[in-house]
Design a protein around this ligand. Structure first.
Ligand code: ARG
Length: 457
């Protein structure tokens, strides 16, 4: 049986059940690439500083490279008895090169090792997620272009509010994902700091060069405090927090797609390639992909609470509790990246039902704001304009007429200010085109927003 890395001071072997309970191999084996990368940089630095010989470092690095290939190919299968991926790799190295393998851990603890692996992992996932978000933004820009002059209802309180350009709707999401990407870029500054050289938590008496190992790993800087370097996981929490925000945005978007594709709304068609049916009800066409994204959001939020709760009240510095960071971190990264990617594809497989939307928006009461603003332009105070329009809406509801269906004579009974030009204002297209303000829902504004959006991609 293989010896654990820390066993020499004990006279009894570690209990099998306790070892099985504490082993993290089944999870942290996903970090093998990062672990090998980190060890290679550490050993290179050790040789450069004369702490180990150049031959030894050459032997170790060759061994690590082979182990990486073995793990990649599945020829080396990590076993739970090895406790964690760091031990798996070190034990295999000992099998390969013998005693020199023991020098790999000079001036290093698994505490700064795992903190390094985690940061390398975070850095990679941040970049992958950023790219996935950029892809989604591209799809949104193309949707906004396609539907710039398509009119949909804008909602507040899920009640029809005003007609808007559909492009405006898509670009609202573009902006949310833009901020999510900014958050990732900002987070990367804090993630890209090397903890190597902090050793267990107090530093080392060996003449380590943490700046050099940081440089070899492409980190932008080195830890300032060795306790902090090994004992903090706030970058993990921040990453999951950013992912929670991304998922929250996706989940709202998902909700709109689900509603809009329902028979009751009927605004949007999801193509068959991205819809599911029922095993019992033959007519069903469901938006399962959007629902799953909405559901997975709950898992990501759960991970955020998991991490905050794991870290709460931990005494400085390293505690084994922190090993529990990996399941929520890995799950969050995978879930969020997958969700963003599939959501972009789903979106590509949706089409607005333009004819139906045109019919629905043509004479809807959501044009009421136009009437109020028409009266304001004729110098009626807005409060009075609102009251007059409210009465007109009430008249429509009671008599079953539409706003464009009311005759001018009837309009005049509500206010003398109405002239025949009111009918020109009572067209959704005219309403949208008449929007003058910065960042509004008008077709022109959407064109400007589109130009800006494209510059950001
Ligand atoms: N596997 C541990 C983790 O993921 C690292 C090992 C540190 N263990 C220790 N007993 N100091 O956090």
């Amino acid at each position: 049986k293989k010896e654990l890395l820390w066993q020499s001071r004990f006279s009894e072997p570690f209990d099998r059940d306790a070892l099985r309970f504490s082993s993290s191999v089944h999870v942290d084996k996903a970090l093998f690439r990062e672990d090998i990368e980190g060890s290679t940089a550490h050993v290179t630095m050790l040789a450069e500083e004369g702490i180990i010989s150049v031959e030894e470092s050459g032997q170790i690095i060759r061994g690590l490279r082979e182990i990486g290939a073995e793990l990649e190919a599945g020829d080396l299968v990590p076993h739970w008895e090895d406790e964690d991926i760091h031990t798996v790799i070190e034990n295999r190295l000992k099998e390969k090169i013998g005693a020199a393998a023991g020098k790999i851990h000079s001036g290093r603890s698994r505490n700064d090792q795992v903190a390094t692996d985690t940061r390398l992992y975070l850095r990679r996932q941040i970049r992958t997620l950023g790219t996935a978000l950029q892809g989604l933004q591209k799809t949104l820009v193309s949707k906004a272009e396609t539907y710039r002059e398509t009119i949909i209802f804008g909602y507040t309180h899920l009640q029809r509010a005003q007609p808007i350009s559909a492009g405006h709707y898509y670009l609202a999401y573009f902006n949310m994902f833009r901020r999510d990407r900014d958050r990732l870029t900002d987070l990367l500054k804090r993630v890209n700091i090397s903890p190597l050289g902090a050793a267990a938590f107090a530093g080392s008496t060996l003449p380590l060069n943490p700046a050099r190992s940081a440089e070899l790993l492409d980190f932008d800087g080195v830890f300032s405090n060795s306790i902090d370097a090994v004992s903090d996981r706030d970058t993990v929490i921040e990453f999951i927090s950013v992912c929670s925000m991304v998922m929250m945005h996706l989940s709202r978007f998902a909700e709109d797609l689900i509603l809009w594709s329902s028979y009751e709304f009927g605004y949007l068609e999801i193509s068959d390639a991205f819809a599911t049916g029922s095993s019992l009800m033959p007519q069903k066409k469901n938006a399962d992909i959007a629902e799953l994204v909405r559901g997975k959001t709950g898992r990501v939020y759960g991970s955020l609470i998991t991490m905050l709760t794991i870290m709460k009240g931990l005494p400085l510095s390293y505690n084994r509790d922190m090993q529990e960071d990996k399941p929520p971190l890995f799950d969050t990264a995978e879930t969020t990246i997958e969700s963003v990617s599939i959501f972009g594809k789903l979106l590509e497989h949706t089409a607005l039902k333009e004819e139906r939307l045109a019919k629905l928006t043509a004479d809807d009461l959501s044009l009421a704001t136009e009437i109020a603003e028409y009266l304001v332009k004729k110098q009626l105070p807005f409060r009075d304009a609102h009251r007059v329009t409210g009465r007109i809406v009430s008249h429509c509801l009671m008599s079953g007429t539409t706003l464009p269906g009311i005759t001018l004579d009837v309009y005049k009974t509500f206010s003398e200010l109405f002239e025949s030009d009111i009918y020109a204002a009572l067209k959704p297209e005219a309403s949208i085109k008449a929007k003058k303000t910065h960042g509004s829902c008008s077709f022109d504004s959407v064109a400007i927003q589109l130009e800006e959006a494209k510059k950001l991609l």
